[in-house]
Design a protein around this ligand. Sequence first.
Ligand code: GSH
Length: 126
Amino acid sequence: MSGDATATFFAATKAAGTTVEVDFGDKTTAKHAIGYWSIRGLGAPLAMMMCASKTPFTLFLYDIVEKGEAGWNSDYFSAKGEYMKEYKLPLWNLPFCVDRENKEIIVQTNAIFAHLGRACVFNQLV
Ligand SMILES: N[C@@H](CCC(=O)N[C@@H](CS)C(=O)NCC(=O)O)C(=O)O
């Protein structure tokens, strides 16, 4: 697949308050992105796996803000509806993983671990 296709599939999202490009000296567009709330939670071990294997990735972090009695607000909530339609994925969730090379979105933490584990070639280390 061309570098351009990799660069344009879920390259950015305005709903994420923070976007972090993690590279290990390789400045080409990361093949993978991870999206999660801007807390550690289920996203941190996924990011740790990428760092431990020195696999470049983009990290999209979504902020959530307490609105007192009114509950919580996040740009993620409206973005989620748009993502579900655009990527035809009714079970969209956080964390999600973007595989830019294969133009796929993966959800469910354990499925993401398995997918990224293969991408990180952890399967060759055990
Ligand atoms: N079974 C899912 C659970 C994911 C989940 O509960 N995500 C929570 C944060 S830990 C969430 O806020 N998801 C956002 C959403 O529902 O869109 C998984 O293992 O990934």
